[in-house]
Design a protein around this ligand. Sequence first.
Ligand code: ADP
Ligand code: MG
Length: 361
Amino acid sequence: MSTKVKVAVRVRPLNKRELEMATDIVIDMKGAQTFLKAPKNEKKSQRTFAYDHCFWSMDPNNKEKFSSQEYVFSCLGNDVLDNAFNGYNACIFAYGQTGSGKSYTMMGAPGQKGLIPRICDTLFDKISAAVEKDKSTTFKVEVSYMEIYNEKVRDLLCPKSDKHNLKVREHKILGTYVDGLSKLLVHGYNDIENLMSEGNKSRTIAATSMNAESSRSHAVFSVVMTQSQSDEATGLVGEKAAKISLVDLAGSERASKTNASGDRLKEGSNINKSLTTLGLVISALADQASGKSKKSNFVPYRDSVLTWILKDNLGGNSKTVMVATISPAGDNYEETLSTLRYADRAKRIENHAVINEDPNA
Ligand code: ADP
Ligand code: MG
């Protein structure tokens, strides 16, 4: 089966600073279209982009237009879960400049759960319902949580160990994986919630001790669900496994804007390396899909840790969703334009998803 990457764009409300500056609003949305107006005093024409979903989350008082956390989940999360139950891998990644709403969309805020908690919560509801319906099926759910910082992989579920520089390897059948990364068995949503809050704490602590903000690292939360079904007549057990990768990317803003120098520069260029390579991979795949280049053309997955880990989620064996988050403010015009363009390229990628099924595991 071949499917395009699903691309959504979400615009957040104006923040305090933008409100105080009385900045102009340059984003509007209608249906599946996003409009980017020229900022104040600039003679540029309006640009129009089309995506699979445009989530207008600027003002909850505008009930007709507003996209809540729940609505975003209903459009993106359910699909991913249905795919997982059918044995397909799935991936959602959030892309955008720092402060544009990536973590709000993926994790959420107090009382405003984002995609990750909603997906995990609904996953266990669906498992209960499936077990109720068919007692011969059993489910196993394992999670892992890692941070990619400066091209190094850290285990967020085992922060005290020496797991600060894990290596990515490739298995012929299972694809790329992180060697030594903890995979913890979970029995319900509460288990995941506890693990995640521990993991997030260690993300922040590590960030301060390394003199950096979490905006410079990529966080990858993975859920692996294995369904086993025993056939009473033959006594054989069939297994289906699906991996859901939920990725909160580092801020997409260019290093030039952050006064990078010295170590910061190295750090910045390494972070850029993962994001730049992600862009190159997306472009290469988009060219393949549109027939501009041959299928056999080189895709530089191995050039960064992030793209190597996400290999199966990009043009590979996965259903993939990208959420591009943007600010509505005129003074973020350039970053917003570059995010919208990046998202536009991602629309053209085709994935070839196959069921991870071993009928006689
Ligand atoms: P990022 O992870 O991209 O750096 P955050 O998700 O931390 O950005 O968002 C920055 C700030 O804006 C946070 O205070 C967050 O709660 C708020 N915010 C982001 N998106 C939304 C939204 N859709 N609705 C309400 N508040 C939002
Ligand atoms: Mg964030």
